[in-house]
Design a protein around this ligand. Structure first.
Ligand code: GLU
Length: 499
């Protein structure tokens, strides 16, 4: 279906929540799967609760996830005149009416209904009111005149629930179309926009199921084609309760800041409710190829952080180290100095990327390299009992490092946009590390030491941690001067704790 069009219509009253991101993703891949278009519309008519910072966050987060709309973003706040013309039409045709009832009066009527064990609704006092122009100067709203013919029902077939959902019109209030401040309500604006932008499929959270019959009434009243509807069940936390801040990060940007890659989040979100056999890993192209609403589950999805971490480590592992450096720099903000984009950083990132689950973890593991000096942590070093032999080793190790040829550490400069340059540099890097390895192995065997015996003390001296990238790579990345400084510092540290 080539004229298929879906949309995502967030209200900028909060940061982009992962539930919203999943809805956007479902709409995006569904449209693309069918060769259709995806529209982004910002529903910002709630002037009190909408904020620019939320709007920016939503747009940025979608971009980060590569959920790119095909249209220029539509802002409802710029379309008030359009809504007005449709309101006038409904009023003229007697399908909507002015309501002058005060809040107190409405409340009183509702309470009476409750006392009679009936559903509390607006009882329609103004439905047949002869309009006196003078009244328009007093506070009022505009309500939709729900068809009250006996037995009237409004229904639709839900594409995810795969069932007809219908409601007796008597269950539906004469709902408000225009508020007292003259601003159209969500139900009115959403229908006009979806119809005018020719949206064919509306995929949204199931918190909107009760709005759908009202919207269908409006489509019919305005003479618009009724689109298809699909309501996605919500996301629950591991305790079975609706996902909220209590469960940890809930906004897309928070996940970014915590070091998740967009590919991992997209892959994770799509699997929250949708399946394709037992497959777990999907590129966006594969999603577009396979995605279908019929494979979305009707039941609520449970958020599982472990699985998200697993996917994240999968994607981190598969990335080019230079891309990872960019992604890390993109999240570190003002807090940390950006990583230098050079071959030394890249070589460390490449060795570390298979050992971490997030970019934040990866960044932390680079501290030893980024920071000029090192602070040894007592809780780690107190596990070890260093002796005279260790001091002797450090002395001769320092001499060994000091004697390494300066040329080994020099790997030239690199133009990252130049592939040949990149390849040459990688070759030099491999050779340098190979040379350090050979020299180091020679040094060990000359002294009858083994790597197994000595690796830990070197790791502790250079990195301050029990795990680290391969030792030859650390020596290469730190360079001679910093290696020597750290051996000295570690030596002093041992002497001090021995005293
Ligand atoms: N602005 C509404 C919301 O954010 C849109 C709902 C819809 O998709 O119709 O919930």
């Amino acid at each position: 279906m080539n004229n298929m069009k879906t949309r995502f219509a967030p209200s900028p009253t909060g940061y982009l929540h992962i539930g919203g991101a999943r809805t956007a993703l479902f709409n995006y891949v569904y449209a693309k799967h069918n060769g259709g278009k995806f529209v982004l519309r910002i529903e910002d008519t709630d002037f009190e609760r909408s904020e620019k910072k939320f709007e920016d966050d939503i747009i940025e987060s979608l971009k980060w996830l590569s959920i790119v709309p095909d249209n220029e973003i539509i802002f409802q706040s710029e379309r008030l005149d359009i809504y007005r013309s449709y309101i006038d039409k409904l009023l003229k045709e007697g399908k909507a009416y002015y309501c002058f009832c005060s809040k107190e009066l409405i409340e009183e009527d509702r309470n009476k209904l409750i006392a009679e064990n009936k559903k509390p609704m607006y009882i329609g006092r103004c439905r047949e009111l002869k309009l006196n122009e003078a009244l328009l100067g007093t506070p009022h709203v505009i309500r939709f005149k729900v068809d009250r013919s006996p037995g009237a029902v409004t229904g639709f077939k839900d594409l995810i629930r795969k069932q007809n959902i219908s409601v007796s019109n008597n269950e539906i209030d004469d709902f408000v179309l225009v508020r007292e401040d003259g601003i159209p309500t969500y139900n009115l604006a959403v229908v006009i926009d979806d119809a005018l932008t020719e949206i064919t499929h509306i995929i949204r959270g199931d918190d909107h199921v009760s709005n759908t019959p009202k919207q269908i009434m409006l489509y019919n009243a305005l003479g618009f084609n009724v689109p298809e509807f699909a309501h996605v069940s919500m996301i629950l936390g591991s305790d079975g309760k609706r996902l909220s801040k209590r469960h940890g990060a809930t906004s897309v940007n928070q996940y970014k800041q915590e070091g998740f890659l967009p590919e991992a989040l997209v892959n994770y979100l799509i699997r929250l409710g949708w399946s394709h056999g037992n497959d777990e890993i999907f590129s966006i192209e594969e999603l577009i190829q396979y995605f279908d609403l019929k494979n979305i589950s009707k039941s609520a999805a449970i958020f599982n952080t472990e699985k998200l971490l697993w996917l994240n480590s999968h994607y981190i592992k598969s990335k080019d180290p230079f891309v990872l450096i960019d992604s890390i720099n993109d999240i570190s903000g003002d807090l940390e100095s950006p990583l230098n984009i050079n071959i030394k950083t890249a070589s460390l990132v490449d060795s570390l990327k298979s050992r971490v689950k997030t970019l934040v973890e990866l960044r932390q593991k680079l501290d030893f390299f980024v920071n000029k000096t090192i602070d040894y942590k007592k809780d780690i070093l107190s596990e070890f009992n260093f002796n005279e032999n260790d001091l002797l080793f450090l002395k001769s190790f320092k001499e060994f490092v000091d004697k390494l040829e300066d040329g080994i550490f020099n790997c030239g400069s690199i133009d990252l946009n130049n592939e040949t340059d990149k390849e040459n540099i990688l070759e030099t890097l491999k050779n340098s590390i190979e040379s350090i390895k050979n020299e180091f192995n020679g040094f060990l065997s000359k002294n009858n030491w083994t790597m197994k015996e000595k690796a830990m003390i070197i790791r502790l001296a250079f990195v301050g941690e029990k795990v680290s990238p391969p030792i030859y790579e650390i020596i290469f990345a730190l360079g001679k001067e910093r290696c020597v400084q750290r051996i000295d510092k570690f030596y002093d540290y041992i002497i001090n704790i021995k005293r």
